[in-house]
Design a protein around this ligand. Structure first.
Ligand code: PLP
Length: 522
């Protein structure tokens, strides 16, 4: 055989299904999973290798010319990539919304990749399409609680859709505002609609100078991206101040009227159910009323907080959510599904027809292809992961998870308040809270110095790699004028214990006391 033939034969082999007794493959798999288990079982959050040093592993832009054995490459990945990753499973990694996953997702992920379905059209997904529609129906029911008749009529209807599955909250928010925009600037007898003739023609036809969206300063940055992508302009996202951490419905009403008097149409109000920074929930029912008065779309960003609805003990915190025209949910946050699982659900099963798209070779008229109303094209069957989780945990299981997170956040708040070195800056809402180092012994707070101290401690803690909390800047009730630097904690990992939380506070107190700013202040 010539060299070319030899390597082609080798390549074919890579594509053929491995035989059950292919010991090499089993060895590689075993080796990788052993290493993964080892990595995840360590308490350490991250290696203390600097990012600059890690960049040296990835600083060669030359394309690899020659093939490599899979086993060789696996070694390469373990050494350069895995060892320098972040252990999001660590019980002391409590700074972000990404956390440990239930073990079964690892096996299911193999199924997902093994089947490699494409949900854009039925021809490449078949059963995955009704599965995804069912999952969207379940999430719709979680939010809107319609009756069986409703779901029998709409769950699998080709001309309706209860929502869209997508990669995350960002795309979900864009999708919701996309529907709101197209619905507002819809076709009539003299206009073919924004979808066909564009924004400028739409604004002119309806006589609006601009379109605005009202939300709070705690709104997620994806909303600004959405405004940009939809051609509305980032500055037309009007983010109202909220020292109490929630939107004041009356302020929204005033601002909305003021804008509309100036010829600026309020396209949507976005209420947040679980803000990214503090976990607060806006007064959703009141905001829904204002949206009705202003004749605008009401969207609720429940990417983080939506899963609270699983808990009969806490669902009331999201009262009014069912009045929303659309709701964003992220299954890869409090539903413990791997990353890449966002959704938007619509109250009105007709709503997404405002963005429906047809093409000849795909997404034909009357087909049930999911791609006809989704922003994304090719998409994997991630809905299966949520489907499995919903069955394996059940609503009751999710309730237990939600309840224990909220209880833990409340216990952590007590630990912080009882500790002489710390100040609770926002009380726990859902399972998020913020706090900072502010020893009771210090006289009046020199916020600038305290900001520097808190920033330094957070950075040192992250670099040491034993634990992780994140950091943000906020106005709070006690400090409404200028934002202060605070630690932000998300108690998502069910394996985080009170002992872990005490250890995190102890580490921070030690770092703070050793810092020169502490000496200056005391
Ligand atoms: C996480 C989050 C988003 C963005 O979701 P991604 O999945 O990261 O795209 C939007 N809004 C809120 C409130 C969030 O918590």
């Amino acid at each position: 055989m010539t060299r070319a033939e030899a390597s082609l034969a080798h390549l074919y082999k890579v594509f053929t299904k491995p035989e059950g007794n292919d010991s090499r493959l089993l060895q590689i798999e075993q080796h990788l999973s052993d290493n993964l288990a080892d990595f995840l079982s360590r308490h350490v959050v991250a290696s203390n290798t600097s990012l600059e040093d890690i960049e040296h592993h990835f600083d060669d832009a030359a394309l690899p010319e020659h093939p490599q054995f899979v086993s060789e490459h696996a070694e390469h990945l373990l050494e350069k990539l895995v060892s320098n990753s972040v252990n999001t499973y660590s019980p002391r990694f409590i700074g972000h919304m990404t956390s440990a996953l239930p073990y079964f997702h690892l096996s299911l992920a193999k199924l997902l990749v093994g089947l490699n379905q494409n949900l854009v059209k039925i021809e490449t997904s078949k059963a995955f399409t009704p599965l995804e529609r069912q999952v969207l129906g379940m999430m719709h029911q979680l939010v809107y609680e319609q009756n069986d008749e409703f779901y029998a009529q709409y769950l699998h209807s080709a001309r309706h859709s209860l929502g869209a599955f997508c990669s995350g909250g960002t795309i979900a928010n864009i999708s919701a505002l996309w529907v709101a925009r197209n619905t507002l600037l819809k076709a009539d007898t003299e206009f073919r609609g924004v979808q066909r003739d564009g924004l400028a023609a739409g604004l002119q036809h309806y006589g609006y100078k601009k379109l605005a969206v009202l939300t709070s300063q705690r709104g997620h940055y994806s909303l600004r991206k959405a405004m940009d992508v939809l051609g509305l302009g980032r500055e037309q996202l009007i983010a109202l101040p909220c020292p109490d951490q929630t939107l004041d419905a009356e302020a929204v009403r005033q601002k909305g009227r003021e804008l509309q008097e100036q010829g600026i149409k309020v396209m949507a109000i976005v209420g947040i159910a679980g803000t990214t920074e503090t976990g607060h929930v806006d007064p959703l029912a009141e905001l829904a009323e204002v949206a009705t008065e202003l004749h605008c779309h009401f969207h609720v960003d429940a990417a983080w907080g939506g899963a609270t609805l699983f808990s009969r003990n806490h669902a009331h915190l999201l009262n009014g959510i069912k009045l929303a025209d659309s709701v964003t949910l992220d299954a890869h946050k409090q539903m413990y599904v791997p990353m890449g699982a966002g959704m938007v659900v619509f109250k009105d099963p007709q709503a997404s027809n405002a963005v429906r798209h047809h093409a000849q070779y795909i997404l034909r008229e009357g087909s049930k292809d999911l791609g006809a109303t989704s922003l994304e094209g090719s998409r994997n069957g991630m809905a299966m992961m949520l489907y499995a989780s919903l069955h394996i945990f059940g609503r009751e299981g999710y309730q237990l998870l939600i309840d224990q997170s909220i209880d833990k956040a409340r216990r952590f708040a007590v630990m912080i308040e009882d500790h002489p070195d710390f100040e609770l800056t926002t009380s726990p809402h859902l399972c998020l809270l913020t706090y900072r180092i502010r020893p009771a012994a210090f006289q009046s707070p020199d916020n600038e110095k305290l900001d520097m101290l808190n920033k330094a401690v957070q950075k040192q803690q992250r670099e040491a790699g034993n634990s992780f909390v994140s950091r943000t800047r906020l106005e709070t009730k006690d400090y409404p004028e200028t934002p202060i630097t605070v630690f932000r904690v998300v108690l998502a990992n069910p394996l985080t214990t009170d002992e872990d939380l005490h250890a995190i506070l102890d580490e921070q107190a030690q770092l703070a006391r050793a810092h020169k700013i502490w000496t200056e202040l005391s």
